[in-house]
Ligand binder design. Sequence first.
Ligand code: MSP
Length: 569
Amino acid sequence: MMRPSLLIRQLRIRPACSPRLFSVNRYSTATSTAAAAQTPPTVPAGEKPYYITTPIFYVNAAPHVGHLYTMVLTDVLKRWQQLHGRPAKMCTGTDEHGMKIQQAAAAADMDPRTFCNTGANSFKSLANLSQCSWDTFIRTTDKEHHDAVQYFWQMLLQRDYIYAGKHEGWYSVGDETFYTEGGVEHTLDPATGRKIVLSKETGRVVEWTSETNYHFRLSAMKEKLLEFYKANPEFVVPAARYADVVAAVEAGLDDLSVSRPRDRLTWGIPVPNDDTQTIYVWLDALVNYITASGYPWTPGQERSGGWPADLHVVGKDIVKFHAIYWPAFLLALDIPPPKQVLTHAHWTMNRKKMSKSDGNVVNPFYAIQRYGVDSMRFYMARDGGIHDDGDYSNEHIVERYRHELQFGLGNLTNRVCGVNFDLDLARAEAFTDVWTLSTRDQLMKALPTTTAIDVAEQMAALDVPTAVKTIMSIIHETNKYIQHSAPWSLRKPEQKSEQNMVIFLSAECVRVAGIMLQPFMPDKAKAVLDQLNVAPEKRSFDFAAYGKDDSYGVGTKGKKGLIFPPLSE
Ligand code: MSP
């Protein structure tokens, strides 16, 4: 039970923690190999890097392909910024507190800390294996995070946004959230015939809970939130989910229970100055985004760690927490909310959401081992759903690999490096304007530049799957063009110039596609650009247009690569 005297005392206390002096990279024991392999742009003093985050993953279950998707999307978007020369920072990590983890550790007969270490290592391994170039891997059991959460709590308390009261409702451990009577349905368990109560939103079991705990005045934030949404109409992407969020807030908000009695939940951050209560796991978890940017900030250092985040990438099941609760907490403290939240749909298996509890998950470690990192990144980014769910299929992975990568991009790269073609000479000729271009040639000449413009717009709109398809469409077009123009048959001396033209117009498409594919498939795109002998300093987005590179293609004659080897059966 709550001790009211403590509550009153708490209202008077000063925050116990003082602002920290450091900001980025405090959690990384080592940066990932992907990050180390490149030389990403560094942040000039006093400037804010582009700051992007994944959700932090619950450690109660092993990573699955759905988690890999969130990581890949985030990493692709981060690398896309770097391709434009912008310093960028990515945070990922693990969510380790709460009833769900406490119960899972007990079920595994392990102490929670050891249990969490295993889970955190597993998610970190996946992030590294999938070439996610994280800068911070945060764990909610980190000391800095513990202090940041308690500081954040005290700030809310000081501003009178937190009060103690009785709370009754339906609690779902699986969702770590309370539901009202309207949010649940009473039904019978098909397996046992026993009466059960389920969340209407997630279908997870709930239990009636009555306890005294602390509340956050969420109801008081309604107008501020609506004002914020109005001023930021692209806060939640896609637009349909933004509309849902606004409608939910317009319908009215109840105050939010933000602690649990410690005798029920021991595995979590204690409420400062009240050891009978544990801070609600979602409040704890959301604060990770600012902990990783150096919160509590030293005055004047607020932006150097990246805050406000440019983008939180989250699944559609956790929109409410990121688009309502999180900005409400922040606005209560006059801290700017994140600029945008990209909400994506789910991976399904046979049209059913992939989830541990349903036992239909795909192990991402095996998938990467089987198909390769870049092919999986390509498949995730290309076929993953933003609006609608994507159904996972091994046949599709193989199909995309063979058709678009092996026979598409790989084949085309080899074609422009044919033994009878002199790309170096062709490029030199291109700058002398000696060719007579047919309408089709002119279209090909325009293609790299217009495609890059389209892709840039799609990426700015966070439409990653469409952007991948647009990049690949240029490969498809070029393969058709080269097939139709048959440069290998232009053997006579007087046809040499025409042959050069076809080769150069094709090579330009491969070069520009290769540049734009770097965020999606770092190693394979590098192999393509290496084969064309594109200089490392000419691989940024500035060079993704026709005629922007006047030095590549030297020594590519007959330079065959096996960038996409046949998949073993
Ligand atoms: N711990 C919370 C997030 C706290 S963020 C402050 C959580 N963790 S989770 O491990 O359950 O989910 C992490 C992310 O994986 C979420 O964005 C979730 O939507 C995503 N996915 C989980 N299953 C998924 C699929 N089947 N498909 C795609 N993404 C999925 O929620």
